[in-house]
Design a protein around this ligand. Structure first.
Ligand code: NAP
Length: 461
C-alpha cells in the first residue's frame, strides 16, 4: 500500500467511526446535536481522504472536483436555510440528489469498466443504478407534493396496482436478463427507464401527510444504493455509510408506521388521505368556546399544566411563545410539562426539534408513555394545534380508521384547553370527539397569537 492509500484508508476509517458514533448519539435529544457534528466531521474526513484518491487524474481532475464543489455549495447553502416547516421537502430533495449521484456513478462505471466487472460487482452495480433511479424520481415527487407544487392527496386510478406491478416486474425482469447478458446495453438503459417511471408510480398514490414515512423508506433505498456503489468501487466508507443509512431509514419507517398503528403496505398502497376523507363521519354535540381570561386564570392557579403540541404549533411557529408562557407559569410555582407524541407534526422528532430551538429544557419533555399516567392528576392539558394525536376515538371507537393508534390521553385531565384556528381537521381528515367533550374548552385563533395573549393575561392574574 502506498502512503496515499494509507492516508485514504485512515481517513475512511475515521469517517466510518464518526458516522457510527454520530448515529448512536442521534438516538437521544441530549446528544443529538453532538451526533450531527460528528457525522458532519465524518463526511468532511471522507471528502478530504477522497481528494487524495490515486484515481484522480492530475490537475484536470481537481478542476472537475472543484467545479462540482462550487455548484453543490451554491445549491446546498440556500437549501440549508429553509424554515423548519419546509424541512421535509428539503430532505426529499437531498435524497433525490444523493440517489441521482449514486445512479450516475453506476452508469459511468458501467460505461468505463462494465465489460471487466465480475458477476458480483455487476449485481451490485445493477442494484445501485436501479435503486438510485427510482429513489431519484420518487423523492422528486415527494418534494413536489410536500411543497404543494402538485396535488398532495393520493393520485389514484383504476387498475393502478396492476400497472405498478407490471412496471415493477418489467424492471426486475430487465435487471435479471441484463445480469445474464451484460453485453445487452439496451437492457441496462431500459431498466433505468423503468426504475425512473416506477419511482413516480410508487409515490403518486401516497398522500402528502404519509410522505415522511415514504421519505424515510426512500432514504433507506438511497442508502442501499450508496452501499452498492461502495461494492462496485471497492470503497469501504461508502459501504459502511450506505448500510447505516439504508437500515436506519428502514427501521425509522417501521417505527413511524407503528406509532400511527398502520402497516407499511397500508401506507404504500392504501391511499390513506382519500379513504379517510370519505369515511370520516360527523360527531354530535357542540364545542364549548372559552375566553382568554378564563384560561389565564385556570393556568395561573393550576398545580400542574401539560402542554401537548402538534402540527399547528409548527405551522404557527409558536414554540417560543409556549416556552415564554411555560416560564411565566413556572415562576408562579406551577409544574409545567410537555407531552410529546411520536408522530405529532409531520416528521419524526418534529416537536422535539422545535421545542429545543426555543430552549425548552429536555427534562420538561415527556414521551407519550410517561405523560399519560400523569394526566388524571393534571389540572389543565393545553393542546396546541394537535388533533389526531389526542383523538380519543383511536382508543374508544374500534370502527374508527385510526383505531388502535396510541394517543396522548388529554381527555383524562381535569380540564382541557384546545388552541386551534377553527374547525379544521387533522391530517387524517377525521372529526375529533375530544372537542365536543364537557371537559374541553376551545380557544380559537392562531396558536402563536393565543399563547402570546395568554402570557400577557397570566401576568395580570
Ligand atoms: P394534525 O392532526 O394534523 O392536526 C393539526 C391541527 O392543527 C389541525 O386540526 C389545525 O386545525 C391546527 N392548526 C393548523 N395551523 C394552526 C395554527 N396556525 N394555529 C393553531 N392551530 C393550527 O396534527 P397532529 O395532532 O400533530 O397529528 C399529526 C398527524 O400527522 C398524525 O395523524 C400522524 O399520524 C401524521 N403523520 C405524522 C408523521 C410524523 O412523522 N410526525 C408522519 C406521517 C404522518 P385548524 O385548521 O382548525 O387550526
Amino acid at each position: 500500500m502506498t502512503d496515499t492509500n494509507y492516508f485514504l484508508e485512515a481517513t475512511y476509517l475515521i469517517a466510518s467511526i464518526l458516522f457510527v458514533m454520530g448515529l448512536k448519539s442521534l438516538s437521544h435529544p441530549d446528544t443529538a446535536r453532538r451526533g450531527m457534528l460528528m457525522a458532519a466531521a465524518g463526511m468532511a474526513a471522507a471528502v478530504l481522504g477522497t481528494l487524495f484518491h490515486p484515481a484522480i487524474n492530475g490537475w484536470q481532475g481537481y478542476v472537475w472536483i472543484m467545479t462540482g464543489l462550487a455548484i453543490g455549495s451554491a445549491i446546498g447553502i440556500p437549501m440549508a436555510m429553509v424554515p423548519m416547516t419546509a424541512m421535509p421537502q428539503r430532505t426529499a430533495l437531498s435524497h433525490a440528489f444523493g440517489a441521482l449521484a449514486a445512479a450516475l456513478v453506476g452508469v459511468a462505471e458501467f460505461s468505463l469498466r462494465g465489460h471487466s466487472l465480475g458477476p458480483v460487482k455487476v449485481g451490485a452495480l445493477g442494484f445501485e443504478v436501479m435503486l438510485g433511479s427510482l429513489t431519484f424520481t420518487g423523492s422528486l415527487i415527494a418534494a413536489a407534493k410536500l411543497q404543494e407544487m402538485m396535488r398532495g392527496t393520493p393520485i389514484q386510478f383504476k387498475g393502478q396496482h396492476i400497472v405498478n406491478l407490471g412496471i415493477f416486474l418489467t424492471m426486475i425482469g430487465l435487471f435479471v436478463s441484463w445480469q445474464l447478458n451484460t453485453g445487452a446495453i439496451w437492457m441496462f438503459y431500459s431498466m433505468i427507464g423503468c426504475a425512473l417511471v416506477f419511482g413516480v408510480a410508487l409515490v403518486i398514490p401516497i398522500g402528502s401527510a404519509d410522505m415522511p414515512v415514504v421519505m424515510s423508506l426512500l432514504n433507506s433505498y438511497a442508502g442501499l444504493s450508496s452501499a452498492s456503489t461502495g461494492f462496485v468501487l471497492s470503497n469501504n466508507v461508502l459501504i459502511i455509510a450506505g448500510t447505516l443509512d439504508g437500515f436506519s431509514g428502514f427501521i425509522l419507517s417501521i417505527l413511524m408506521c407503528k406509532a400511527m398503528n398502520r402497516s407499511m403496505s397500508n401506507v404504500l398502497f392504501g391511499g390513506f388521505g382519500a379513504i379517510i376523507a370519505e369515511e370520516g363521519g360527523a360527531v354530535g354535540g357542540t364545542m364549548r368556546e372559552v375566553t382568554l381570561d378564563d384560561v389565564a386564570v385556570q393556568l395561573a392557579y393550576a398545580n400542574q399544566v401539560v402542554f401537548v403540541p402538534g402540527y399547528g404549533m409548527a405551522t404557527a411557529q409558536a414554540q417560543h411563545a409556549v416556552r415564554e408562557l411555560g416560564n411565566l407559569l413556572e415562576e408562579r410555582g406551577v409544574s409545567v410539562k410537555y407531552g410529546i407524541h411520536p408522530v405529532a407534526g409531520r416528521m419524526p422528532g418534529h416537536m422535539n426539534v422545535l421545542l429545543a430551538e426555543a430552549n425548552v429544557p429536555y427534562s420538561s419533555l415527556y414521551e407519550m408513555d410517561q405523560i399519560n399516567p400523569e394526566l388524571p392528576t393534571t389540572d389543565v392539558a393545553v393542546v396546541i394545534g394537535a388533533n389526531d394525536v389526542v383523538n380519543p376515538d383511536a382508543r374508544d371507537n374500534p370502527k374508527s380508521p385510526i383505531a388502535g393508534m396510541p394517543i396522548i390521553e388529554v381527555d383524562r385531565a381535569r380540564s382541557v384547553v384546545v388552541l386551534k384556528r377553527g374547525k379544521g381537521k387533522g391530517f387524517s381528515g377525521l372529526e375529533n370527539p375530544l372537542f365536543f367533550k364537557s371537559v374541553t374548552g376551545m380557544l380559537y385563533g392562531d396558536a402563536k397569537t393565543s399563547l402570546t395573549n395568554l402570557a400577557q393575561a397570566v401576568q395580570k392574574v
